[in-house]
Design a protein around this ligand. Structure first.
Ligand code: GAR
Length: 201
């Protein structure tokens, strides 16, 4: 069984999509090792508890220095025997120590068509506001591997959605979230498949 840790900061609808896909057998041969939240108030934590998943808060209050948070995250991931790390609405950039410790084994879901509307400052609703302000006709979601940059790692999967006349950021976000949930499951399956192929070689 491949063990997946999901890092969250907020509502956790992407986390829920992963939970549902594992429970429904759309993601096979995998289980949730733990949920790590940077925010003790995140609704994502409640989702995890409801499904009996180990939830861990690693936040600024307990660990004021970024380097301390990084060490705590690595320790938690190791303790939970994590094979794959999924950033699902995790609103903090990872330090290189963590990226190195799990090289090629961390993926992120981003609410735009990378390389558009990504990088520093582009997260959550900021992305959708910028897409609308630029008058784009399409937007979408991207799942990519995490490297040391911000949203710069190799792309695993993308899906487009239309931007409709008169869209509010909230309406666009909702449309994008729907495809995020789809491609996150598909991307996790793709990554698990490539891990299995590497093992077989
Ligand atoms: C999602 O749209 C996700 O792509 C985005 O935050 C939202 C979290 O929603 N992530 C980023 O912007 C990271 N750069 P969720 O908590 O309901 O999954």
């Amino acid at each position: 069984m491949l063990r997946i840790a999901v890092l969250v900061s907020g509502g956790g609808t992407n986390l829920q999509a992963v939970i549902d896909s594992i429970e429904a057998g759309r993601i096979k041969e995998a289980e949730l090792a733990c949920i790590i939240s940077s925010n003790p108030e995140a609704f994502a934590i409640k989702r995890g508890i409801k499904h009996g998943i180990k939830t861990i808060v690693i936040d600024k209050k307990q660990y004021p220095a970024m380097s301390m948070r990084t060490k705590a995250i690595i320790a938690a991931l190791q303790e939970q025997r994590t094979d794959l790390v999924v950033l699902a609405g995790y609103m903090s950039v990872l330090e290189s120590e963590l990226v190195h410790a799990y090289k090629g084994r961390i993926i992120n879901i981003h609410p735009s068509l990378i390389p558009k509307f990504c990088g520093k400052g582009f997260y959550g609703q900021h992305v959708h506001k910028a897409v609308l302000a630029a008058g784009e006709k399409v937007s979408g979601a991207t799942v990519h591997f995490v490297d040391e940059g911000v949203d710069t790692g190799p792309i695993i999967m993308q899906k487009q959605v239309p931007v409709l006349e008169g869209d509010t950021p909230e309406q666009l976000a909702e449309r994008v979230l729907k495809v995020e949930h789809e491609i996150l499951t598909d991307a996790i399956n793709k990554v698990i498949g490539s891990f299995n192929n590497n093992k077989a070689e």
